[in-house]
Design a protein around this ligand. Structure first.
Ligand code: ATP
Length: 321
């Protein structure tokens, strides 16, 4: 079960950056020639990505040369990744009562993600309208989820309620504290079995530098001490660091580095794969689960887009299953 955000990503031929209500944006260098500019708008309800030759200066109009429309939202990405690996996935989210909302639901269906009864709301910012009450209703419908994943693109109280309900019903909980936040209430740690977080997010949450594996190990211990059972810090081409309450000894789990085409969504790919392994191959040692999730995420960086770049089970080596 994945409780989180969904939206349509716009990767648009950009002639002008319009004045949207921008929450934050980040720039990803997808190759030497291209800058993939993501505008994260209205708390990621709609993402606009532009392929442009260089970052525009304030007030400057520049021409882009690539337009792609695709689906996103961290929760949606993670659920699609898990479903493509063969997991039975339910998604709890809100979408708008418009073409984009309908297309989003259709995309879930295409990717075998169960959305149950669709409920539409007719305002922008639908991710913010997902309430703890909605989650309670959803949990009464999804009787027994082995794994529940949530992130911070929806309201904090909703994420917390999802994790609490998951713990009460005996599910394994995965929290991806992303987008980056500087403060997380101690209650979140108590109901988190596995925290999966990237380098930058770890720096913000711990206040520690995470420039290399050794620094990631130190930060992982800090997060572990706050109360979760396991911490995974993903480190891009350097793989991940894992620490668990059992050993309290952080372990570096490398990945074979690849030359990325587009790293966008690699973290969500990792988490979707992680959720799949936790649900389907729970007897695997945790470091092996992290290793395999990392290998799958590595495949996702070899092509453009987020969900578009996620592999299906049939495209992956059988030894991963
Ligand atoms: P994003 O925010 O772009 O979705 P992220 O910062 O959350 O990504 P990363 O830590 O960059 O996530 O990457 C997640 C995983 O993807 C890594 O742990 C690794 O397994 C894989 N990965 C990313 N980049 C590479 C690379 N160049 N080579 C091999 N694997 C990679």
């Amino acid at each position: 079960l994945i409780v989180g955000s969904c939206c349509i990503d716009f990767i648009r031929k950009c002639t002008v950056i319009q004045s949207y209500d921008i929450f934050f944006y980040m720039i990803l260098y997808s190759s030497r020639e291209y800058i993939n500019l993501w505008l994260w708008m209205q708390r990621l309800i709609t993402q606009h990505s532009c392929y442009v030759p260089q970052f525009p200066k304030p007030g400057e109009t520049i021409h882009g040369h690539k337009f792609v429309t695709s689906f996103g939202g961290k929760g949606a990405n993670q659920s699609v990744m898990a479903a493509r690996l063969g997991a039975k996935v339910s998604m709890v989210a809100k979408v708008g009562d418009d073409t984009f909302g309908k297309d989003t639901v259709e995309n879930f269906t295409t990717n075998s993600v169960n959305t149950g009864q669709n409920s539409f709301v007719s305002v922008k910012g639908s991710n913010d309208l997902l309430t703890p009450g909605d989650v309670e209703k959803a949990f009464s419908q999804v009787k027994s989820a082995k794994v529940v994943v949530s992130e911070m693109e929806i309201r904090g109280e909703t994420t917390l309620r999802a994790l609490q309900l998951a713990k009460e019903s005996g599910s394994l909980t995965v929290l991806n504290p992303s987008p980056a936040i500087t403060n997380l209430d101690s209650e979140f740690y108590k109901v988190t079995d596995i925290m999966c977080i990237n380098q930058l997010e770890t720096e913000l949450l711990t206040g520690l530098p995470v420039n290399d594996v050794d620094e990631a190990k130190k930060a992982a211990l800090v997060l572990l001490e706050r109360g979760c059972q396991k911490v995974i810090i993903t480190l891009g081409k350097d793989g991940a660091v894992l620490v668990t309450t059992e050993t309290k000894t952080p372990e570096h789990i490398p990945v074979d580095p690849v030359t990325p085409v587009d790293t966008t969504g690699a973290g969500d790919s990792f988490i979707g794969a992680l959720a799949f392994y936790l649900a389907h191959l729970p007897s695997l040692p945790m470091n092996e689960i992290v290793r395999r999730s990392g290998r799958i995420a590595a495949v996702s960086v070899l092509s453009s887009g987020t969900q578009l770049s996620y592999p299906w089970k049939r495209d992956l080596p059988t030894e991963l299953f």
